[in-house]
Ligand binder design. Structure first.
Ligand code: ZN
Length: 473
């Protein structure tokens, strides 16, 4: 037992190290919602897991949106009259507002003020700002540097953002691990932030490590991992895959999962999807310190997956929720803000959730009249050393009692408050002793609730009406 635990801890530590090293490699790249930073990121991931990059051309209509032009940047600075860089993109890619329009112009410092963002409360941090779908340009700098430069308001400066907007593509990454079933578990993470670590490199490295580990395990479900630019990337993926969404039975958005804080789980819009129950059970068994929140249409890409037309059974796993820590969207969300232990712990939790999803099934008690005589079969504690764990003994009684082909093992775990892995172990023992048998009844009710306003069918019809009806006579 001890040996097993040591090994487990060792492999978790190794996973933590691996994820941190990957984050280090990805950190300097300048990601945005489109462009080469995203492609390079996906290329690096593809060296570790069998991920393929999908390119969707600029101008493509995706749901109510359009894929924008591709943005790429080479350099940016604010320089003094002698060419000394006062604010230098080469020092931090956060200095430029993401998706800024190009500019090269001389002006007075005080004319530049409206294009500058700082954080007066955190004078040594550079804020992270974006200008997606807006026609603007700007710089971000520390408030300390700003105050220093602002002492000479009439100084002449040269402002340069050497960026291009061109027709190109939106890139996203996709990885599919086929299981026995075509039913899918969808894991999504965003990949559009530049040099920020917890938001969003942590989600990228955890999803990659999870894919790596799942690839080596037997799988009932098919697992699909998508690495998409936030919002527009999720919308693009949903548009392209709208005919196959009925296969998504469970899913999760991973983001901000690497800082040293407890986990937070935000439920799916359905509120009681199996993935919601599975995550809550796993987190509760860890000591009830995690935060569980109801769905809200704010946050990450669960906003798209749980929009009313799709209403997918997907929650969001994070640590401190977005916007609730001061480092969020600033240069202080750097590699030092990441914890290897937190990254490893997130993978462990995800694997426990996967274990529940994979093994939740109904059984039927083949000897339901009174308790079967467990001692005779070596299944009673007093008679067998195998059952040294008293919780396993209780788990056996719970599984026997609820095996009426109506209650799945997750429900047994919820009602007994015994960890799912022990319930699963008890079911395995009872099955080997032919005291229970797998039931045909599904513990997998349809993922989409019957009351939802839009069925997938009506959604498809709605999307298909792209050309005007012909017979308008
Ligand atoms: Zn963010």
């Amino acid at each position: 037992m001890h040996h097993e635990r040591d090994q487990n801890e060792e492999s978790l530590a190794a996973a933590g190290r691996r994820m941190f090293e990957l984050a280090q490699e990805l950190f300097p790249l300048h990601r945005s919602i489109t462009g080469n930073g995203v492609r390079e990121t996906l290329d690096i991931l593809a060296r570790r897991v069998p991920l393929k990059t999908v390119e969707v051309p600029t101008g493509s209509q995706v749901l109510d949106w359009e894929v924008p032009q591709e943005w790429n940047i080479r350099d940016a600075y604010i320089a003094d009259a002698d060419g000394n860089r006062l604010v230098d993109y080469q020092a931090s890619n956060l200095h430029v507002v993401n998706y800024s329009q190009p500019i090269k112009q001389r002006m007075r410092w005080d004319e530049l003020r409206d294009h500058l963002t700082t954080l007066p409360e955190q004078p040594d941090w550079i804020p992270y700002r974006t200008g997606y779908f807006r026609d603007l340009w700007g710089f971000c700098l520390t408030h300390r540097k700003y105050l220093e430069l602002d002492q000479t308001p009439d100084r002449e400066v040269e402002v340069c953002i050497d960026a291009t907007f061109e027709d190109g593509a939106l890139s996203y990454g996709e990885l599919r691990l086929q299981g026995e079933l075509d039913d899918e578990v969808l894991i999504s993470t965003h990949i559009c932030h530049p040099s920020l670590a917890n938001d969003n490199l942590s989600g990228i490295v955890v999803a990659t490590e999870l894919a790596r580990q799942l690839a080596a395990l037997p799988r009932r479900y098919t697992y699909r991992f998508i690495f998409v630019p936030a919002t527009i990337g999720a919308i693009t993926w949903l548009h392209q895959n709208r005919r196959n969404l009925h296969r998504v039975k469970h899913g999760m958005v991973l983001s901000g999962v690497g800082n040293a804080d407890e986990l937070t789980y935000k439920r799916s819009r359905l509120g009681n999807a199996k993935v919601d129950r599975a995550v809550e059970h796993v987190l509760k068994q860890r000591g009830n310190t995690a935060r569980i929140r109801d769905f809200a249409p704010t946050g990450y890409d669960e906003r798209q997956f749980c929009s009313p037309g799709f209403n997918l059974p997907m929650g969001c796993l994070m640590r401190t929720p977005d916007g609730e820590y001061p480092e969020y969207h600033t240069s202080a969300d750097n590699l030092e803000f990441l914890s290897e232990a937190s990254l490893a712990d997130t993978v462990a939790v995800c694997l426990s959730v996967v274990d529940v999803l994979e093994h939740d099934r109904c059984y039927v008690n083949k000897n339901p009249f009174g308790e079967p005589q467990l001692g005779r079969r070596g299944l009673y504690r007093a008679y067998g050393e195998q059952l040294a764990n008293p919780l396993l003994q209780q788990a056996i009684l719970w599984v026997l009692n609820l095996s009426d082909s109506r209650h799945g093992l997750l429900e047994v775990a919820e009602r007994s408050e015994i960890p799912f892995h022990l319930i699963k172990e008890a079911a395995g023992l009872l099955e080997r002793h032919a005291l229970i048998a797998r039931s045909e009844s599904a513990v997998n009710p349809p993922a989409v609730d019957a009351n939802q306003a839009w069925t997938h069918e009506s959604l498809l019809n709605q999307i298909r009406i792209e050309t005007p009806l012909l017979d308008a006579h």
